[in-house]
Design a protein around this ligand. Structure first.
Ligand code: C2E
Ligand code: MG
Ligand code: MG
Length: 579
């Protein structure tokens, strides 16, 4: 190392811009004397004097990736094209690690021709700032919980891969994953446990893939996988099967154990598209199908799915419009009290009066309304209309309204019911809400709280379609059910009379034992009626008693039967109630 020179004094910190811990450098172009400060040496892990310093030292230590840009900037400045230079670059330390420095320098003397004579400057350690910036960048690209890439990064990698494929040919596959039963686990085990579950699942998915593949967490319990190589469907199938296998293996969380599943939708390029947007959307459509067809399974995209999605989108738009234009109407089906032979209540059943399709039954639009959340405003309308109608019935006749699981989960069912009762003036005791087991399966605690609140308001809760869900019996102990409606499939024409009788008898005994009113649904024949009655059902509903009919028709019927003094069984005049 040399110090001093004819054009000033390399080594005199007076000329080099300095601050405490900055490394300083000074170079004399005429004498080729180069000097660095002790701080500069220590910054890179050397003892002063340990490193032989010449004009090439710095360039030798520069990171390859930073070299071209750094040299270009210095060159510009030496030529006089820039008043100084300022570069962020990495320098190699004695131990081989890289240190980020901010290198600033300036020519302090030039000859008459403008050629540089001497240059001085500083190297400041900016590693800490760079590390912080790195963390911020990492956070912007990753999911904090699982440390997997996030949606944005997934999208960037997919774009990159597709660009590569366009240049060089080849194929890749996109898999959209959605965990099954995650919500239930989340609700039962709590957030901490479900976070740990997600981390474990993320780890298992990652471990199933090759290094070149990408797995990202898109949010919640959704993941996406990019299979870097995907010449044919076989690898995608193998990976999907393996993913299903590893995800469904039980996860031990402290003293608890959780089991979830995964549904997977797959889109391949080039068969299913060569744009990221299209592939992603199509993998998602295939996922939708996998979910609909039993979960814990995988499906490939098929062109028909695009059409179905379009049909769903149209149905959603149609439903929205129908709601705005008041195209829904309620029909009411009477329910007979077997002991007195009178109508105890009527169930409100929604229909859609469609301009071209005629009267559309609820089975054709309720699922779409549930999926899109439109069931919430629709359900509120049903509550308002049904309570309003029931206000015009004799005092002893109650109205039953079907409530979807989405309404219970949405959280505004209680205020909606109260508002409907307030607006109509109907007493809470005259309102029954029919829920299905899906309500209870989806969200145990929340559902339980809402149902208890409604019960304390005076509203009665009926369990509809009993026997079609599973593990029904445990629900019966946890919820304040007033009524049990045996699903009509048990009495349907197909089922043998003895079997029907046996099931109805068992359920009726169960319901009675728990203090509930047991209703037989779907009674179409006298024989079925006799079975229901003989086996202990207190109420009966079905075409034999009366078909669902507009409120006005039911009102006429109710009025007539009340005018007769004693109410007559509706089934004697079923045609009045028929459609
Ligand atoms: P649900 O609540 O079990 O209603 C009984 C269904 O069985 C009604 O079908 C009714 O017309 C039909 N039914 C009644 N007696 C007989 C019979 O003797 N034989 C046969 N074959 N069928 C009979 P609908 O009106 O098509 O309703 C179907 C389902 O749609 C309802 O089943 C209910 O789950 C749902 N739904 C209807 N209205 C609403 C509503 O306002 N909100 C919600 N969330 N769901 C509704
Ligand atoms: Mg019902
Ligand atoms: Mg039912």
């Amino acid at each position: 190392m040399r110090a001093g020179g004819p054009h000033g004094s390399p080594g005199s910190a007076s000329t080099a811009p300095s601050s405490g811990s900055d490394g300083l450098f000074d170079y004399d172009f005429v004498t080729d004397a180069a000097w660095v400060s002790d701080c500069w040496c220590r910054m890179l892990g050397y003892e002063p004097g340990e490193l032989r310093v010449d004009r090439h030292t710095w360039v030798r230590l520069l990171h390859l990736e930073d070299k071209a840009q750094a040299l270009q900037q210095i060159e510009n400045h030496l030529r006089g094209a820039a008043p100084a230079f300022r570069i962020e670059c990495r320098l190699r330390c004695k131990d081989g690690a890289w240190r980020w420095v901010l290198a600033r320098g300036k020519v302090v003397a030039r000859d008459a021709a403008g050629e540089p004579l001497r240059i001085v400057g500083t190297h400041i350690d900016i590693s800490a700032r760079k590390a912080a910036e790195g963390r911020v960048t990492w956070m912007a690209q990753h999911d904090g919980l699982t440390e997997l890439p996030n949606r944005t990064t997934f999208r960037e990698r997919l774009d990159q891969r597709l660009a590569e494929l366009r240049r060089r040919g080849g194929a890749c596959a996109v898999l959209c994953l959605d965990l099954d039963r995650f919500k239930a686990v989340n609700d039962t085990l709590g957030h901490l446990a479900s976070d740990a579950l997600l981390r474990e699942i993320a780890h298992r998915i990652r471990a199933t893939l090759r290094g070149e593949d990408t797995v990202a967490r898109l949010g919640g319990d959704e993941f996406a996988v990019l299979l870097h190589q995907g010449e044919d469907a076989d690898r995608a199938i193998l990976v999907a099967q393996r993913l299903i296998e590893v995800v469904q293996a039980p996860v031990v969380l402290g003293a608890q154990q959780a089991e979830v599943g995964v549904s997977i939708g797959i889109a391949l390029t080039p068969q299913h598209g060569d744009e990221a947007e299209t592939l992603f959307r199509r993998a998602d459509l295939a996922l939708y199908r996998a979910k609909a067809e039993g979960r814990n399974t995988f499906r490939f995209f098929e062109p028909a799915m695009d059409e179905e999605a379009e049909a769903r989108r149209r149905l959603e738009l149609d439903l929205r419009r129908a709601l705005q234009h008041g195209e829904f109407e309620l029909h009411y089906q009477p329910i007979l009290d077997v002991a007195t032979g009178t109508i105890a209540s009527a169930e409100a059943l929604v229909r859609w009066r469609h301009s071209s399709r005629g009267l559309v039954p609820p089975g054709d639009f309720i699922p779409a309304a549930e999926e899109t959340g439109l069931i919430v405003p629709l359900g509120e309308w049903v509550l308002r209309a049904a309570t309003h109608e029931a206000r015009r019935w004799p005092e002893h006749v109650r109205v039953a309204v079907n409530v979807s699981a989405v309404q219970v989960r949405h959280g505004n069912l209680f205020p909606a019911v109260r508002a409907a009762l307030d607006a109509s003036g109907l007493s809470a005791e005259r309102l029954e809400l029919e829920i299905t087991e899906s309500v209870l399966m989806a969200d145990d605690e929340r559902a339980s709280a809402v149902l208890h609140d409604l019960r304390s308001l005076g509203v009665r809760i009926a369990l509809d379609d009993f026997g079609t869900g599973y593990s029904s019996l445990s629900y019966l102990r946890h919820f304040p059910f007033y009524k049990l409606k045996i699903d009509r499939s048990f009495l349907s024409v197909g089922s043998k009379t003895e079997e029907a009788a046996f099931i109805v008898r068992a359920v009726a005994a169960l319901g009675r034992g728990l203090g509930m009113i047991v209703v037989a649904e779907g009674v179409e024949t006298q024989e079925q009626y006799d079975v229901a009655r003989a086996e202990g059902c207190m109420e009966v509903q079905g075409y034999l008693i009366g078909q669902p009919c507009p409120g006005q028709e039911l009102r006429i019927h109710l009025r007539r039967s009340t005018m007769d003094g004693v109410q007559q069984p509706c089934r004697r005049s079923r045609h009045e109630c028929g459609r």
